[in-house]
Design a protein around this ligand. Structure first.
Ligand SMILES: Nc1ncnc2c1ncn2[C@@H]1O[C@H](COP(=O)(O)OP(=O)(O)O)[C@@H](O)[C@H]1O
Ligand SMILES: [Mg+2]
Length: 237
């Protein structure tokens, strides 16, 4: 589904602090599978995720989303290279294709649980009532429907984690990208998170996780692991 061909990411190009975070990486991330990007801190996992998730553009190389289809009144995308698309198209592809679970969750304090889930869907212009119903269904699915009106900061660690997953799913993305999702969880909650992500895979979602946590990387149930060192893929299993 997602193919990277000789993808390179250089920060601060042409400046004294120029730094190549990803060196000509080529890899294929299959659809409806769990793929892990494994590697120590600084190995380029987050940078690679941001390229895969169309949050950043590669300095060189190509990124191809072959199974993504988007129809909007103004344009149509029927799969292909995304690295060279204009920003507004890239934003639209990103919004419809990917749901993101960030390391610190990036939930918004002061807002309710329900509002946090609905947030990524506001730019899509869906009627409020419909959106609210979809958001409530997701909260119910993850067992936190009863907390919809609570402020996000009142949630326990496990509830906040499930809220982050619900929010990632609000636009019904084909793929979920999770950056070190277990970094702040104890082993029980980490196992629970993995079970949820594997369950999403079983429902057909493509799951891409960056992690160096053995609970994630060494799980027998993940489908593929790319190991990174200093911005290069050093092994594939
Ligand atoms: N915006 C940036 N500007 C300059 N260097 C960066 C930037 N983002 C990341 N880096 C550098 O790229 C390398 C890889 O970072 P990152 O992708 O965050 O690694 P990881 O997620 O594996 O810890 C690190 O050395 C980091 O300092
Ligand atoms: Mg990182």
């Amino acid at each position: 589904m997602i193919e990277l061909i000789d993808t390179r990411k250089v920060f601060n190009v042409g400046k004294p602090n120029e730094f190549t975070a990803v060196h000509d990486v080529s890899l294929c991330i299959p659809s409806s599978r769990v793929t892990v990007l494994k590697g120590p801190s600084g190995s380029g996992k987050t940078t690679l995720l941001s390229l895969v998730g169309c949050m950043a553009r590669p300095t060189s190389g190509r990124i191809i989303l072959s199974s993504v289809r988007l129809h909007s009144p103004l344009w149509e995308f029927s799969g292909g290279e995304v690295s060279s698309l204009p920003e507004r198209f890239l934003t639209e592809i990103r919004r419809h294709t990917f749901g993101f679970i960030f390391q610190q969750y990036h939930l918004i304090r002061g807002m309710s649980v329900l509002e946090n889930v609905m947030l990524p869907a506001y730019p899509c212009g869906e009627p409020y009532g419909l959106l609210k119903r979809r958001a409530m269904a997701l909260l119910d699915q993850f067992g936190i429907g009863g907390k919809a009106a609570s402020r996000m900061e009142w949630l326990s660690g496990g509830e906040a984690q499930r809220l982050a997953i619900a929010r990632a799913l609000i636009n019904d993305p084909q793929a979920i990208i999770a950056d070190e999702p277990t970094a702040h969880l104890d082993s029980r909650l980490s196992e629970e998170l993995m079970a949820i992500l594997l369950g999403l895979r079983d429902q057909g979602k493509t799951v891409i996780i960056a992690s160096h946590d053995p609970i994630v990387c060494d799980s027998q149930r993940v489908d593929g692991v790319f190991e990174l060192r200093d911005g290069r893929v050093v092994s594939t299993t």
